[in-house]
Ligand binder design. Structure first.
Ligand code: FE2
Length: 175
């Protein structure tokens, strides 16, 4: 079965349960499937590579391939609920508050392989790999189609969230 279809089945099954599924609640199951496809993850010395795994109804599932030094901007998720798993390597996550409308570091955590976490709708954070390469899985509800980009002065820009590797290319793979 293709990985995209496999993840869609997980979401359909979870959607039939009495409790409304959350990204964080589904990340462990989706991670177990996605980690079978690690050899398909691409890396680029120029930037981290976002792979679309599934964009379906009100869900988005994305895999990112990181090389050392590839740091994200400080960003928010515009109210979208998310969950993350580290599939290989390790990443540093820094979280920020905005006491004076400018980001102030409030938490810093190295997330090793196997780490699972929620990214709440109000999270303001940035990620950077702590290993020569790393692969992370991200699940969002609804899809994360834009992000707020911040710098020391505050919110700078609302930027569309894009993929370097399309859904057919990555998730069309069977096994
Ligand atoms: Fe993020």
């Amino acid at each position: 079965m293709k990985i995209g279809d496999c993840v869609r089945e997980i979401l359909i099954e979870a959607g039939a349960a009495p409790e409304r599924p959350t990204p964080g609640g589904l990340v462990p199951r989706i991670a177990r499937e996605a980690e079978r496809y690690l050899e398909r993850v691409r890396f680029d010395p120029a930037r981290y590579v976002r792979h679309a795994l599934l964009l379906w109804e009100d869900w988005e599932v994305m895999v990112i391939g990181w090389e050392a030094g590839q740091i994200t901007p400080i960003h928010d998720h515009r109210g979208v609920l998310g969950g993350m798993a580290v599939l290989s390597g390790a990443v540093l996550e820094e979280r920020f508050t905005t006491p004076h409308l400018a980001p102030q570091l409030c938490d810093s955590k190295v997330r090793p392989e196997g780490d699972l976490c929620d990214t709440g709708p109000t999270v303001l954070h940035r990620l950077m790999p702590q290993s020569p390469r790393a692969v992370t899985l991200h699940v969002y509800r609804p899809p994360l189609r834009s992000m707020g980009i911040w710098d020391d002065g505050g919110l700078r820009e609302i930027r569309g969230s894009e993929f370097e590797v399309g859904v057919e290319e990555f998730a069309g793979a069977g096994r």
